[in-house]
Write a protein that binds this ligand. Structure first.
Ligand SMILES: NC(=O)c1ccc[n+]([C@@H]2O[C@H](COP(=O)([O-])OP(=O)(O)OC[C@H]3O[C@@H](n4cnc5c(N)ncnc54)[C@H](OP(=O)(O)O)[C@@H]3O)[C@@H](O)[C@H]2O)c1
Length: 273
């Protein structure tokens, strides 16, 4: 088994690379600029929006861990079929629980549909928000001890990227073909509670400033394109998706309980320095 990991330098793809490396399974990590990946994971350069740029990296690959939302996906998938790839594990999202027309759900849906049509075996991973999203507070933490949090009252069972990696590797082994796996962390915490976990893990007197809906709206509009801002507001402001419920899928698939935010902070606290 040889796996092509897209997004290999990112939170989720990096976790897949680590999980494969830990199990001694060979992999190739798609990267845009040469970089070091975990032992046994060979970097291959290419651009996900230009399938021809990494077609050669598919030779001999049995599976692909695929990020959603890139261009010319049908070409990439046709290259995979020609190269003899068997299985694609797609990193989709919880947004597909809601209506499919918003900007976030639409790109994940389009990716899932293209993969369904490709003839390749597939598993779709639909995770909640990642624990690594707490890194969006990094600049605020560097500036002081008060963290402004959006949607302060909405509990989210955020997921540790390493759990996504472990589930993906099980699926790449041939398990869970044609299944949609709804992945969550082990407990739902409000952003205010997440800041408290961060404070304890970092040993800092952090406090959360609960942003109003109007403040959140303005900040989202200022930091991302309008359609994405509208999608986030509908998810967490209007409650069009449920990221509060907890599923047992990580434990069922991997045999270990989902990792906690406390564990994520212990491993990644240095990134806030
Ligand atoms: N964050 C969440 O809460 C969440 C929840 C559900 C689903 N998701 C999905 O998960 C995806 C990955 O999240 P993440 O946190 O792992 O993201 P990330 O850490 O930002 O990683 C993105 C990865 O994609 C690579 N990449 C970007 N554009 C590329 C291109 N044109 N060609 C090749 N590689 C490219 C980046 O490579 P470079 O190192 O070259 O930049 C990086 O390795 C998201 O995009 C989203 O679709 C996220």
């Amino acid at each position: 088994m040889t796996i092509l990991i897209t997004g290999a330098t990112g939170n989720a793809g990096g976790a897949v690379a680590r999980s494969l490396a830990a199990q001694g399974i060979p992999g190739r990590g798609l990267v845009r600029t040469t970089t070091q990946l975990p032992p046994g994971i060979e970097p291959v350069t290419g651009d996900l929006n230009r399938p021809e740029s990494f077609a050669g990296a598919l030779a001999g690959a049995t599976g692909i861990f695929l990020l959603s939302g890139y261009e010319r996906l049908a070409e990439l998938l046709a290259n995979a079929v020609r190269a003899g790839v068997r299985k694609v594990v797609v990193l989709s999202s919880s947004s597909l629980d809601g209506e499919l027309t918003n900007a976030v759900a639409a790109y994940h849906h389009a990716t899932e549909e293209a993969v369904r049509a490709s003839g390749l075996a597939w598993t779709f991973l639909r995770p909640n928000s990642f624990m690594s999203n707490t890194l969006r507070w990094r600049d605020q933490l560097r500036a002081g001890d008060e963290i402004r949090v959006q949607f302060p009252g909405v509990p989210v069972s955020t997921i540790h990227p390493l759990d996504i990696g472990d589930v993906a590797v099980r699926a790449l082994h041939g398990a869970h073909d044609s299944e949609v796996l709804r992945l969550t962390g082990p407990v739902a915490l409000t952003p205010v509670e997440q800041v408290a976990v961060l404070a304890e893990g970092l040993g800092r007197p952090l406090t959360a400033y609960p942003m109003s809906r109007a403040e959140t709206h303005a900040e989202l509009r200022a930091t991302m394109p309008g359609p994405y801002a509208a999608a986030i507001e509908s998810f967490f402001g209007d409650g069009t998706i449920d990221e509060t419920s907890v599923t047992t899928t990580v434990a069922d698939v991997t045999g270990h309980p989902g990792r906690t935010l406390q564990e994520w902070v212990r491993e990644n606290g240095r990134l806030f320095g």
